[in-house]
Design a protein around this ligand. Sequence first.
Ligand SMILES: NC(=O)c1ccc[n+]([C@@H]2O[C@H](COP(=O)([O-])OP(=O)(O)OC[C@H]3O[C@@H](n4cnc5c(N)ncnc54)[C@H](OP(=O)(O)O)[C@@H]3O)[C@@H](O)[C@H]2O)c1
Length: 320
Amino acid sequence: MSSATTGFKRILVTGAGGQLGRAFRRAFLNRSLLFPVFVDSQVFYSDVEGENPCNLSEPAAILSLLERIKPDLILNPGAYTAVDRAESEESLALAVNAEAPAVMARWARAHDAMMIHYSTDYVFDGSGVSPRKEDSPTGPLSIYGQTKLAGETAVLATGVQGAIFRSSWVYSDEGHNFIKTMLRLGAERDELRVVSDQTGVPTSAHFLARMTLHALNSANARDGKDDLNLMSQAAVYHLVPRGTLNWHQFAEEILGAARHAGKDIRATKVTAIATSEYPTPAKRPLNSRLDCSRFERTFGIKLDDWRVDFEKVMAAILSR
Ligand SMILES: NC(=O)c1ccc[n+]([C@@H]2O[C@H](COP(=O)([O-])OP(=O)(O)OC[C@H]3O[C@@H](n4cnc5c(N)ncnc54)[C@H](OP(=O)(O)O)[C@@H]3O)[C@@H](O)[C@H]2O)c1
């Protein structure tokens, strides 16, 4: 593993056109704010504007990209995230969400590189109301959840250095997400109907990128200085901001912020409905609460309240 004195030299970011991938691009662009272990890093993005193209459903393409770039750190936000479409595209979802990370993790293990992989609250069955810990029993309700769980298992089996960060309800000012949908529908319709019996917390892609870089810096800085040797073997960590709300409450927050900013919002009513009234091909967990105390304890940080990033992201969206 890289040491605190040398830092990471060559970083590969997959899925760099997605929400989290773009958040990493923005974080690495702002060199003055970067943690010490990244100041000398050369970052390679796949696949943005034709740069380092790689079809993540093709293991040979992934291996050839890795052999060409030879990263000492792989950040893998690349994923098949079309939750409903996955119900009818299982083999593609499995290739991207399970086989691709397995190929990367095996390569990383063999080349003494580190890997950070991402997973989801959808690995759980959503029963009960208590926040899930990392070792709580899994039970995905959807093909997407099954393929993400298979990805976790495959990465852990390699014994690669790094971590798997399970998050929930990811949004950003860039890319497609719930906020953008609510703003569009809120401008078009008089009434919105939004489910109120799925509970979790929205997570900004920028928060996820920032906390990933914090964790890597923290692990690197402490490497060799104590017995912990953080990230010497990948483990799962839950990583979401503080807070709990349901989709209906989130919709009210979004439309409230838009009205406050003077946007023309036509919807005067947001009706709370049950999941059973909004059938979708993939079943979603009702309880998506994640207990993040392992992340906070391990990496020595108190996670922000969800509103911190929400307000910044809304300001960015509403200023356009
Ligand atoms: N979004 C959420 O609500 C959520 C919640 C919990 C956890 N997560 C996890 O967090 C991570 C980041 O999510 P995100 O929201 O940033 O996802 P995203 O915006 O959907 O980005 C995923 C990226 O992967 C790329 N990709 C998909 N299939 C590919 C293929 N066959 N070859 C090459 N690239 C491919 C996508 O490219 P195209 O756009 O061109 O397909 C996209 O750039 C993922 O692991 C996801 O499972 C997400």
